[in-house]
Design a protein around this ligand. Structure first.
Ligand SMILES: *Cc1c(COP(=O)(O)O)cnc(C)c1O
Length: 394
C-alpha cells in the first residue's frame, strides 16, 4: 500500500499519470504558442466530449463548478424572469439561491433526499406558466441521485424554455449528449469526472443560450459575462493570442490530455465517450454488489443511483466520524453533505482514473469493510471483494 492516501471522494479525484504529468509542467505564459495550441485543441475536444454540435460554444474559465453555475444563472435570466429548478439536493438548492439573487422568480420542484421529483410534477410545473429556463442537476452529489435527463429534456424542449444541466458530478461519467438532448448549457468543473486538478469552470453553451445573453436588459457582472469571454475563446480556437483575464495556464495545458484520454477510451465493443459511460456503469454495478454484503444500503433507490458516486446509509450504531476510520486505512471517502442526512450517510466517489484500476477499487472496499468491522458493524468482506471482482469482470 502506498503512503499517499487514495482519493475516493466525489472530487477532487485521482489523476491519471498522463494528466498528472501535463499538470506538473513548468510555468506557461497565456500567450505562449503551446498554450494557444492546447487551448484551441481543448475547445474542439470539449465539443466531442460533451457530444455537442459544431455551433455550440465551449467556455473554459479559471474557477470551480460553482462559478460555472453562477455564470449560467446571470447570463440567461434578467431579474423578474421565471426559472424552474428540479431539486434533488444541495447543489440544486445552491442553483436556486443563485437564481434568486439574480432576481429571477424561482420555483423549486423538490423531493425527499434520495428521490427525484416525479415527471408528472415536472409536467404540471411546465404547464403552469411560461418559464424562461429550467435547471437540472444531472447527479446531485449530496444524495447520489441521478435524474432521468432524457425524460426531463423531452418534456422541457417543446415548451421552449432553456435547459441548463449542472453536470459537475456527472459529465464524463454518466451517459450524456448535449446535441441529442437539446441542452442549452452543460457545465462542469475540472476536478470531477473530467479527471483534472481543481481550478477550471467549463461550460458548453448553445446558440440559443448566447442569444438569451444578448437579449438581457441587465448585463451580468463583467467577470461572469459570457460576452466578455467569447472573443478570447474564438481567438484561441483560431490559434491567436488573446487576453481578457489570465487563464489557469497549467490546467489548460493538461485539459486536452484529459479530454484525449476520454475520447480514446475503449470498453468491450465501445469506443470514446460510450466506452467511458459503459466503464463507469460497470464499476458502479460492481461496487453496488460489494456494498450489499457489507450491509451498506444506497441512499437513492437503485433506479436513481448514480454511476459516479455512491451515497450510502451508515449502519445503525456507526458514528458520523466513520470516514476518519476509513482514512486510517489509506482511503479518503466523504461524509454526508445533505443537511437532512449529513450524520447518517457517507459518500464514495468512483469516477475517472480509478474506474480503470480494479486494485484501487478493491483497496477501497477493503478499507471500508475493515473500518465497519472496527465500528462493530461487520459485514462479509470476503463476499464483498468477490462480488466486486465478479462485477468488474462482467
Ligand atoms: C461539486 C459540485 C458542484 C460545485 O462544484 P465546485 O467545483 O465545488 O464549485 C456543483 N454541482 C455539483 C453537482 C457538484 O457535484
Amino acid at each position: 500500500m502506498s503512503a499517499r492516501p487514495l482519493l475516493m471522494i466525489p472530487g477532487p479525484i485521482e489523476l491519471s499519470p498522463g494528466v498528472q504529468a501535463a499538470a506538473d509542467g513548468p510555468a506557461l505564459s497565456h500567450t505562449a504558442p503551446d498554450l494557444i495550441a492546447a487551448f484551441g485543441q481543448a475547445l474542439r475536444d470539449m465539443r466531442a466530449v460533451w457530444q455537442a454540435g459544431p455551433d455550440a460554444q465551449p467556455l473554459v474559465v479559471a474557477g470551480s463548478g460553482t462559478l460555472a453555475m453562477e455564470m449560467a444563472a446571470c447570463n440567461l435570466l434578467d431579474p423578474g424572469q421565471h426559472a424552474l429548478v428540479v431539486d434533488t439536493g444541495v447543489f440544486s438548492a445552491r442553483m436556486a439561491e443563485m437564481l434568486a439573487r439574480r432576481g429571477a422568480v424561482v420555483r423549486r420542484l423538490s423531493a425527499e433526499p434520495g428521490e427525484a421529483p416525479p415527471l408528472a410534477a415536472l409536467e404540471q410545473a411546465l404547464a403552469a406558466g411560461p418559464l424562461h429556463a429550467v435547471f437540472v442537476t444531472h447527479v446531485d452529489t449530496s444524495t447520489g441521485v441521478r435524474v432521468d435527463l432524457p425524460a426531463i429534456a423531452s418534456r422541457v424542449r417543446p415548451t421552449g424554455a432553456l435547459l441548463v444541466v449542472d453536470g459537475v458530478c456527472a459529465l464524463a461519467g454518466e451517459a450524456f449528449a448535449v446535441e441529442a438532448l437539446g441542452v442549452d448549457v452543460a457545465l462542469t468543473a475540472s476536478q470531477k469526472a473530467l479527471g483534472l486538478p481543481p481550478g477550471l469552470a467549463l461550460s458548453v453553451v448553445s446558440p440559443r443560450a448566447l442569444e438569451a445573453r444578448a437579449a438581457l436588459a441587465h448585463p451580468p457582472p463583467l467577470a461572469l459575462d459570457w460576452t466578455e469571454w467569447l472573443p478570447i475563446h474564438r481567438a484561441y480556437e483560431e490559434g491567436r493570442p488573446s487576453y481578457f483575464a489570465t487563464p489557469a495556464t497549467g490546467l489548460v495545458r493538461a485539459l486536452p490530455v484529459a479530454l484525449r484520454e476520454l475520447l480514446d477510451a475503449r470498453e468491450g465493443p465501445h469506443a470514446g465517450m460510450e466506452a467511458v459511460f459503459a466503464r463507469h456503469a460497470r464499476v458502479a454495478r460492481a461496487l453496488r454488489a460489494a456494498w450489499r454484503p457489507l450491509g451498506l444500503r444506497l441512499v437513492p433507490k437503485e433506479a436513481l443511483a448514480a454511476n459516479t458516486l455512491a451515497a450510502l446509509w451508515l449502519p445503525d450504531g456507526v458514528e458520523p466520524s466513520f470516514p476518519a476510520a476509513v482514512a486510517k486505512r489509506g482511503v479518503v471517502i466523504a461524509g454526508g453533505l445533505h443537511p437532512a442526512i449529513r450524520t447518517r450517510s457517507v459518500r464514495v466517489g468512483h469516477m475517472g482514473h480509478v474506474t480503470t484500476r480494479p486494485e484501487l477499487l478493491a483497496r477501497t472496499v477493503r478499507a471500508i469493510g475493515e473500518a465497519l468491522a472496527e465500528a462493530g458493524a461487520p459485514g462479509d468482506l470476503d463476499a464483498a471483494l468477490t462480488a466486486l471482482e465478479r462485477g468488474l469482470a462482467s
